[in-house]
Design a protein around this ligand. Structure first.
Ligand SMILES: [Zn+2]
Length: 415
């Protein structure tokens, strides 16, 4: 498993059921860096009172799919979504297709006369969704005649187990896995609260990819991951008693960035600062070379303007860390009117896996433009490479969290 380099902000979802805050980004799954589309703003005033029981989080695992394959190796029931009445049940759900039919759903051999259902396995049997195993239940919502929304509703700590190996690497040392578990749990709670407070309620709290956190059910869950989640069970980071949005990223490059500057989140625990721990990380310094013609075409597509040969790229505005806010790009078509391009948009257009962060300088070399950059990801909150290095030097989970979320208090919210 690799690490997920980015965490952006909440962004709009295009589901027909409305819009919901999801959140970040990354390159593990090669997704778009949607950073500034819709940031979460200040951390929502979140519940930090202990829960009566472990909460269930709803993860979108299929958005707008026309059908999917379902299988359950044991007893199951189907109920109307959020209602107890049983619509169907069986001893084993033979592998079959779930799809929309006229005003209802067809679940394998079983017709169901509802548009919104929950498929609930008995005991702890996983549900197989397109062959992948998921704990908890599946909610299926018929969006239209050929579009379904599929949601995995799962106890929070099972969800965290399914996340941390994908996010920081299941082979990471215990302290790093534990810090990731606390950060991922807190992040998920922040998403749930954001969803709870949103005007357009959704059927899910988070996406299963880098728009939220990478979650693949039970894939990647091993003994080390289970141990780290159990060791931190129910623990979340709080500021003045409230959960805050615990952004994290792959590599900061030596300086984490204030959450306020990237996501408009002014929680003091996201103030950012020097990070001495990741300086030996592979992506602390990188070069990315792009052909001048490729860059020209990319800029033309991005801006919708006619763009001639690029003659100069100047950093027009940057943050104190060196992360670029805006570039001024001169070209031969309109030499008197340079293009003004936001660095986040350029990164998105060139590919966040290639232009790995907005902390860079750029120069012309022959037929190429070469970006000399630092780090991978947005730079806010925990730097995963730094966390892994701290763990390798014997630092504890608490010390890692203090480094990257200074002033944040760990609170156990359920048993
Ligand atoms: Zn770092």
């Amino acid at each position: 498993m690799g690490t997920c380099p980015e965490r952006c902000g909440v962004r709009e979802c295009d589901a027909e059921v409305g819009t919901r805050p999801g959140r970040r980004i990354g390159a593990l799954a090669g997704l778009t860096f949607a950073l500034a589309l819709l940031t979460p703003g200040a951390s929502p005033p979140l519940v930090a009172d202990p829960f009566e029981a472990e909460p269930t989080i709803r993860v979108c695992i299929g958005q707008g799919v026309s059908s999917f394959e379902l299988e359950i190796d044991g007893p199951w029931t189907i109920t109307e979504l959020d209602k107890p009445a049983v619509l169907a049940r069986g001893a084993r759900f033979e592998k079959g297709e779930v799809k929309a039919v006229k005003d209802a759903l067809q679940c394998g051999k079983t017709p169901v006369r509802e548009k919104k259902i929950s498929v609930i396995p008995a005991k702890d049997e996983p549900v197989r969704f397109n062959g992948a195993k998921y704990p908890g239940r599946l909610d299926v919502i018929r969006l239209s005649t050929d579009r379904l929304l599929v949601v995995n509703a799962v106890p929070m700590d099972r969800y965290v187990e399914g996340v941390i190996g994908n996010e920081i690497g299941s082979g990471s040392r215990p302290a790093a896995l534990e810090a990731q578990a606390v950060a991922s749990r807190t992040y998920a709670l922040a998403c749930m609260e954001s969803e709870r407070q949103s005007r357009k309620r959704q059927y899910y709290d988070v996406f299963n990819d880098t728009r939220s956190q990478v979650y693949r059910g039970v894939a990647g869950v091993d003994a080390g991951v289970r141990k780290a989640v159990a060791a931190t069970r129910g623990q979340a980071l709080t500021w003045k008693g409230k959960v805050f949005t615990t952004f994290f990223h792959s590599t900061c490059g030596g300086q984490t960035e204030p959450g306020k500057d990237i996501f408009g989140d002014d929680c003091p625990a996201l103030a950012g600062g020097p990070d001495p721990w990741c300086e030996k990380a592979a992506l602390n310094d990188w070069d990315f070379k792009v052909k001048a013609e490729t860059l020209r075409k990319t800029l033309a597509a991005e801006t919708g303007e006619e763009v001639g040969a690029i003659t100069a790229i100047i950093v027009d505005e940057a943050r104190p860390s060196g992360r670029v806010i805006r570039l001024k790009i001169s070209h031969t078509k309109k030499p008197e009117k340079p293009l003004k391009v936001r660095a986040v948009d350029l990164r998105d257009a060139l590919g966040p896996d290639d232009l790995k962060s907005i902390w860079f300088t750029v120069e012309k070399k022959g037929d190429d433009w070469v970006f000399h950059g630092h780090g991978w990801g947005h730079g806010v909150g925990m730097c995963q490479e730094g966390a892994k290095r701290m763990a390798s030097k014997g630092k504890t989970c608490a010390e890692i969290l203090r480094q990257y979320y200074p002033g944040g208090q760990v609170k156990a919210l359920w048993k």
